[in-house]
Design a protein around this ligand. Structure first.
Ligand code: PLP
Length: 445
C-alpha cells in the first residue's frame, strides 16, 4: 500500500500534462497493485474475466459515451438493452413476461428486485410505499437461510427495512433451507413476507429446493426472490440445469454478467415476474426528460423502453452493450461450454488438492465452487489453512481466497474464468502441493 501511495499520490495538479504521459505513468505507477484476477489461474472469490468481444464492446461503450438513461439519449443502446434482456431471459429460462434491469452488479440488482417486492407485498396489505414510505407500514419480514450473501442484508438496509427484518430458517450443512423450518416460519406470523432463496450458496455452491419452497411461500402470499449471482447460469447447461428445477416459479431473480458470462465489471441483472410492481418501484419523471416510452404512436410496435424506469440510477453507462456482444460471440453453446468447463476444473481442483498429503476435501463441487482445508499435527487446522493459502498467493502462480464454513477456515475453490485451461489446473495443483511442502519446511526450520 505504501508503495502504491508513494507512486500515485501527487499534489493536485494546477496545470495539465500530456495525455500519453499520463497514461504511461498510470500503467507504471499501478504495476504493484493490479491483481491478475482477469487471468485463468485466479480462483479467489467469484471473479470472472472478459471475453474478447465483451472487452472490445466495453471499450466501444466508453468511446460512444452515451447516457443509457433514456431511449432519447441513445436509441441504439436502449434497443441493445431490450434485446440483451430478452436473450438473458431465454438463456436463464426465466418467464418471458418478466421485466428486467441492468445494474452495477448483483448488489444493486437485489435492491431493485427487493424494491419491487416491497412495493407488491405492502400494496397487498393496502400500503402504498412509494407515497407513504416505511414509517407506519406493516412490518415486513424477509426469510432467509441465514447463509445468504451479505448483499441481501445491505439491500434490505438500503430499502429502509432494517437488518432486523431478516429471519433465518434452519438449513442443512450446505446452507440449503430446511423446508419444515421454512413452513414453520411462514405460518408463525401473518405479515408481508419475502423469501430469499439461493442458486449457488457462496461457499458450497448449493441450490435451494425451489419448487417446494416457492409453493410453500406462495401459499402464504409471500414473494420469492432468488440470489443466483453465479448459480443461475447453470440453467444454460443441459448437464447442470436440473439443479435449478422450479426456479422459474419465483417472483424475482438476480445474477451477474461480470461473473460467469465473463463481461467486464459493472454488470448485474434483476428480473421481476411482476413488471407493474417493478415499474412502480423504479420509474421516475422530470419535466426536462424525454420519455419515449410514454409516446403512444398508435403503431403496432411495442413502445420504446426507457431504462430509467427499471433501474435505480439516473445517468448510466450502456452496460448492456458488452452483454449483447458476449452473448453473440459465444452463443448459447459457448456459454454452456464455459459453465461446464469451469465446473469440471473446479471438481478436479477440489479432488486432487483434497487428495494431497495433509489436505482435506470439505465440499465437492457440484458446479464451480468447492472447499478444502489443510490439517495441522497440533490440531490448529485453521492456522495451517491460512498459511498454505498465503504461500500460494505469494507464489504468483495461482490465487485462492479463504473463507469460514461450518466454523472451519477453508480454502475456497471458485472457477469462473473462460480462459482457465487444464494446464492452469495442473499448475495450480502443483502450486498448492509445493506450498504444503514449503509451509511444512518453514515450520520445521
Ligand atoms: C451469491 C452472491 N450474491 C451477491 C453477490 C454480490 O454481487 P456483486 O458483487 O455483483 O454486487 C455476490 C458476489 O460475489 C455473490 O457471490
Amino acid at each position: 500500500m505504501t508503495q502504491l501511495r508513494e507512486a500515485l499520490s501527487r499534489a493536485l495538479p494546477e496545470e495539465g500534462s500530456d495525455d500519453a504521459q499520463v497514461i504511461d505513468e498510470l500503467v507504471r505507477d499501478t504495476d504493484a497493485g493490479i491483481l491478475a484476477s482477469a487471468g485463468g489461474r485466479f480462483f479467489g472469490w467469484v471473479i470472472g474475466g472478459g471475453t474478447p468481444a465483451a472487452l472490445a464492446a466495453d471499450w466501444l461503450t466508453s468511446t460512444w459515451d452515451q447516457n443509457a438513461a433514456l431511449h432519447a439519449c441513445g436509441p441504439a443502446e436502449a434497443v441493445i438493452e431490450e434485446v440483451a434482456g430478452d436473450w438473458l431471459k431465454q438463456l436463464l429460462r426465466l418467464p418471458p413476461e418478466a421485466s428486467f434491469a441492468f445494474t452495477t452488479g448483483a448488489q444493486q440488482a437485489h435492491v431493485t428486485a427487493l424494491a419491487a417486492a416491497r412495493t407488491k407485498v405492502l400494496a397487498d396489505r393496502g400500503w402504498d410505499v412509494e407515497r407513504r414510505g416505511m414509517a407506519g407500514a406493516p412490518t415486513l419480514r424477509v426469510l432467509t437461510s441465514g447463509t445468504q450473501h451479505a448483499s441481501i442484508e445491505r439491500a434490505v438496509r438500503l430499502l429502509g427495512l432494517g437488518a432486523d427484518c431478516l429471519h433465518p430458517t434452519d438449513t442443512d450443512d450446505y446452507g440449503r433451507i430446511d423446508l419444515t423450518s421454512l413452513q414453520r416460519r411462514l405460518a408463525e406470523q401473518d405479515a408481508p413476507t419475502v423469501l430469499c432463496l439461493q442458486a449457488g450458496e457462496i461457499n458450497t455452491g448449493a441450490f435451494d429446493s425451489f419448487t417446494e419452497a416457492c409453493r410453500l411461500a406462495h401459499d402464504h402470499g409471500a414473494w420469492v426472490h432468488v440470489d443466483g449471482a453465479f448459480g443461475l447460469w447453470a440453467a444454460v447447461s443441459e448437464r447442470h440445469r436440473h439443479l435449478l428445477a422450479g426456479v422459474d416459479h419465483a417472483d424475482s431473480w438476480t445474477t451477474d454478467g461480470h461473473k460467469w458470462l465473463n463481461v467486464p465489471f459493472d454488470s448485474g441483472f434483476a428480473f421481476v415476474r411482476h413488471p407493474g410492481a417493478h415499474h412502480t418501484a423504479m420509474s421516475t419523471r422530470a419535466s426536462y426528460l424525454v420519455h419515449t416510452a410514454d409516446v403512444d404512436d398508435d403503431s403496432a410496435t411495442p413502445p420504446a423502453r426507457d431504462q430509467i424506469d427499471w433501474n435505480p440510477e439516473w445517468s448510466r453507462r450502456g452496460r448492456a452493450v458488452p452483454v449483447y456482444a458476449a452473448i453473440r460471440a459465444l452463443g448459447r453453446r459457448g456459454i454452456a461450454d464455459i459453465i461446464e468447463r469451469c465446473s469440471d476444473h473446479a471438481y478436479r481442483l477440489a479432488i486432487e488438492i483434497g487428495a494431497l498429503n495433509g489436505a482435506e476435501l470439505l465440499v465437492t463441487p457440484r458446479i464451480n465452487q468447492g472447499l478444502v482445508r489443510f490439517l495441522a499435527d497440533n490440531g490448529d487446522h485453521d492456522a495451517r489453512t491460512e498459511h498454505v493459502i498465503d504461500h500460494v498467493q505469494r507464489s504468483g502462480e495461482a490465487w485462492f481466497s479463504a473463507t469460514t464454513w461450518n466454523n472451519m477456515r477453508a480454502m475456497r475453490i471458485s472457477v469462473v474464468n473462460w480462459q482457465t485451461s487444464a494446464d492452469d489446473i495442473t499448475r495450480a495443483i502443483t502450486t498448492v502441493h509445493t506450498a504444503l511442502d514449503l509451509e511444512l519446511a518453514a515450520k520445521k526450520a
